[in-house]
Structure formats: structure tokens, C-alpha cells
Design a protein around this ligand. Structure first.
Ligand code: GMT
Length: 377
């Protein structure tokens, strides 16, 4: 395949969509393509120098006459500038709003035939899609993109249903960097957290938004802690943190629950963990679950969105009804109390992560999408 010039726009802060966009850019660069990140700050996973990755900062200024900073307009202008100056073949944006809409505006400004690829990650569909003031513009972003992809079959289904559209939407699953997400020896880490010999470790990783239902995570953990020596590592930060801490105090398990804040070395923390809880009420994919599986950590997750496409019930973890922390806790107890079952699920988790969500095959899928889009000129 000829080497392409690819622009990528994402929310660069901590979050699954930013992680996927950045990791994809890095892998495409390793395959010889020229990558141009266009975003408001340097994507946080861009942690080493690549001679063929460029960064174009979107500087949003505040003006007294405007009540709100004009992020979308500034982004569209920057995209147009990069399309023209770098002669982009592809502009791959993550999120329909505002990114796809900005890309369409930029394409119109340049009058060039750059192909707009939009990847839906969930929040713009499952949360913003219910907002009548945004519904039509999200639909516009989806319908006018050259190619639309979504990170799970369930997200494709929800998008079609919500926007009454039958336009083609391809499912391209998320992936992890296998070089980073693998089980490893981390000498002294369990001890550093005061985890005793034989104590089981449950982990939860998220942005602690209400959709993650982290108070359910605390309640599910209390079921585990009532039956065995166990610790809960709460990794991340966000609006529900204080409520969750309060619930752990009320349940009298605050000494067993550790809030670690945002962390960079998630694979190290997963390597000292036995089970992950992902008990969200909405989750288009659940990248955190895939990261856990890649490190051999089975997941107890809810039957929502794309989680059951990632975690296979009874094979790589358990799927439980949403808003039912007791069942989730009981499933974790069943798993942790049965050594052979645990071993089987842990091995299958690793295998599934490597086989179904390999970065190599996912990046190839995106490359083939780009190729087809360019051929349809
Ligand atoms: O989960 C979040 O709140 C963050 C959000 C994002 O935009 O990063 O995550 C969404 O995209 C991830 C990457 O595709 C998915 O793994 C998450 O499931 C999805 N979150 C939701 O659907 C709530």
C-alpha cells in the first residue's frame, strides 16, 4: 500500500478514544505513513519521538465578545490549514461531534478531496444523541463522512436506531499495545500497597463518571470482602469519587479500598490484580476490560453496550445484569474461590485479547478502510 498522509483528531486527554487514536497514529507511523495529530494539546500517549509524526496545536483563544471559546471553528481552521499545507489524503476523526463536523467544514474550506473517516466511540451516540439540540448535527456528521466506523457491533446498532440511518457503519474493535499490556513481575508492588500474602486484589479503572457506576463497584467489592481477604484498587478520578469513598465508609470497608487517582503504569497495577470490575450502565466497548484481559485478569462486567463483545461470559470473565452489584460480587467470589476455574479464565482472557483484538489486525483493518475510501474517488 502506498504511504499516506493522515491527519488524526481526538480529545487528547485521558480517555479510551484518545488512547485508541494515539496508539493508532503510532502504529500507522511505524508502518511508514506520515501522521499529523491536530488537537488542543499533545496526546498524552505520544510518549516518544517519531520522525514521521507531527503535532499541530489548536490554540483556542478567549475573546470578550464571545461568551464561549470558539473551539470548533478554530479546530476547523487548523484542519483546513493542515489539509492544504501537508496535502493530507485522509483525515481520521474520533467522535462525530464536534470533530466530524469540523472536518467536513475544513474539507469544504479547502475544496480538496481529502477523505473523512469518522470513528464513533460511544459518548456522542449514547449520551449526546439524546440531546435534541445536537441530534441533527451528529446525524449530519455521520451521514456526510466518507466512512464511519464504530468500536462495537452494539454501537453500530444503537447508532442506526437512534439516528434512523441505514448508512454503512463498519465495526472496528479497539486494541491494545501488546508490548505494554502483558502480565509482568512487579517486585515489591503488592507489599508497597500493604497487600498481604494470599489477599485477593480487585481493580477498577475509569474516569469515575456517573455512567461507570463506581458505587456499584464498591458494593460488589463489599460482597467479596465479606467472604475472603481482599483489597480494591480504584484507579482514576472523576465526579463520583467522593460518593464512592462515602459508600465504602458506610459499608465499613474503607481500610480495604484504595483510591490511587490517575495512573500511567496500568499494566503494573493489573499485574498485581486478580479480577477487574467494570459495572458501567453504558459502555460502547470497555477498553479497560481489554487491557485487563491482556494481562490475564478476568473481568466481571455488566451486560451493556459492547462489554459482552469483549468479555465472554464464563470464558474470560462473567457478565452480570447492570445495577446488580450483589450478583457481580458473587460472581467474583465464585471465580476467586475456584483455582482451576480462575486459571482457565485467566489464560482464555490473555488468548482472546491477543487473538481477537491484536493491534496488527486492527491497524490493517483501518489501512484497508483508508485504501477503499481513496479508491472510491
Ligand atoms: O468511557 C468514557 O467515559 C470515555 C470514552 C472516551 O471517549 O474515551 O470512552 C468511550 O470510548 C472508549 C474507546 O473506544 C470505549 O472503550 C468506551 O467504552 C467508551 N465509553 C462509553 O461508551 C461510555
Amino acid at each position: 500500500m502506498r504511504k499516506l498522509k493522515i491527519g488524526i483528531t481526538c480529545y487528547p486527554s485521558v480517555g479510551g478514544s484518545g488512547v485508541i487514536a494515539t496508539e493508532l497514529g503510532k502504529l500507522l507511523a511505524e508502518r511508514g505513513h506520515e501522521i499529523h495529530f491536530i488537537s488542543s494539546s499533545l496526546p498524552f500517549r505520544l510518549n516518544k519521538v517519531y520522525s514521521n509524526i507531527y503535532y499541530h496545536e489548536v490554540e483556542v483563544n478567549q475573546y470578550e465578545v464571545f461568551k464561549y471559546p470558539p473551539y470548533s471553528l478554530t479546530l476547523a481552521s487548523k484542519m483546513a490549514e493542515v489539509i492544504n499545507e501537508e496535502d493530507l489524503d485522509i483525515l481520521h476523526v474520533h467522535y462525530a461531534v464536534p470533530h466530524a463536523v469540523c472536518a467536513l467544514l475544513a474539507k469544504d474550506m479547502t475544496e480538496r478531496d481529502v477523505k473523512i473517516i469518522t470513528t464513533l466511540h460511544g459518548t456522542d451516540i449514547t449520551v449526546l444523541g439524546y440531546d435534541p439540540s445536537l441530534k441533527e448535527i451528529i446525524k449530519y456528521g455521520i451521514n456526510r463522512s466518507d466512512v464511519v466506523t464504530a468500536v462495537s457491533y452494539d454501537l453500530v446498532r444503537q447508532t442506526r436506531e437512534m439516528f434512523h440511518t441505514d448508512r454503512a457503519i463498519e465495526t472496528v474493535y479497539n486494541f491494545i499495545d501488546e508490548r505494554v499490556y502483558q502480565e509482568k513481575e512487579v517486585p515489591g508492588l503488592r507489599e508497597a500497597y500493604g497487600i498481604k500474602e494470599g489477599e485477593k486484589v480487585i481493580i477498577h479503572v475509569s474516569n469515575f463518571r456517573p455512567v461507570k457506576r463506581i458505587t456499584d463497584v464498591i458494593e460488589a467489592f463489599s460482597v467479596v470482602a465479606s467472604q475472603m481477604e481482599a483489597r480494591l484498587l480504584m484507579v482514576g478520578d472523576g465526579p463520583e469519587k467522593n460518593k464512592a469513598a462515602e459508600v465504602s465508609r458506610k459499608l465499613g470497608i474503607e481500610d480495604k479500598v484504595k483510591f490511587l487517582g490517575n495512573q500511567k503504569h496500568i499494566a503494573d497495577l493489573l499485574s498485581i490484580s486478580d479480577v477487574m470490575f467494570l459495572l458501567s450502565e453504558k459502555e460502547s466497548f470497555g477498553l479497560a476490560a481489554l487491557e485487563a484481559m491482556a494481562c490475564g485478569v478476568p473481568v466481571v462486567g455488566t451486560a451493556v453496550g459492547g462489554i459482552p463483545e469483549v468479555v465472554l461470559d464464563g470464558e474470560t470473565g462473567f457478565i452480570t445484569p447492570p445495577e446488580d452489584p450483589v450478583t457481580a460480587g458473587e460472581k467474583a467470589v465464585e471465580l476467586l474461590g475456584n483455582e482451576s476455574l480462575y486459571k482457565k479464565l485467566s489464560v482464555s482472557s490473555k488468548e482472546r485479547a491477543q487473538q481477537q483484538f491484536s493491534s496488527f489486525s486492527i491497524v490493517e483493518q483501518y489501512e484497508s478502510i483508508y485504501k477503499t475510501a481513496l479508491e472510491n474517488e
